[in-house]
Design a binder for this molecule. Structure first.
Ligand SMILES: [Zn+2]
Ligand SMILES: [Zn+2]
Length: 115
């Protein structure tokens, strides 16, 4: 991973859930955080894949897991996983937020909608 390229440790998360899913009433499986601007988006297994969409649209190359207990980074440029620096808190979504989430918006057949 290029030195600090694509990482701003001071960028705070955009919110507790996927920014676009929260705007559109969607739901997600796991959450990813843009390491550069703090955008929270849903993972590639989620129906809408907003984390990858954000990386493509913004050119921000690195995401970090926004799941409790996970601290890995992923670099879209070489498609590799890395360790990275600590980022501005919170480092994961609220513990009372279910997976998949958020509460009330996940359909009963959610597993059929995963990628
Ligand atoms: Zn989303
Ligand atoms: Zn970003």
């Amino acid at each position: 991973m290029a030195e600090s390229n694509g990482i701003d440790p001071n960028a705070v998360p955009s919110g507790p859930g996927c920014l676009e899913c929260d705007a559109s009433g969607g739901w997600w499986f796991h959450l990813r955080r843009c390491a550069q601007c703090g955008h929270i988006g849903c993972c590639d297994a989620s129906p809408a894949q907003h984390a990858t969409a954000h990386a493509r649209a913004s050119g921000h190359p690195l995401i970090r897991s926004f799941e409790p207990g996970e601290s890995w980074f992923y670099d879209y440029r070489d498609e590799q996983m890395y360790d990275g620096p600590q980022l501005a808190p919170p480092e994961y979504h609220p513990l009372d937020q279910p997976v998949p989430g958020p509460a009330g918006r996940v359909p009963p057949d959610w597993q059929d909608h995963l990628h």
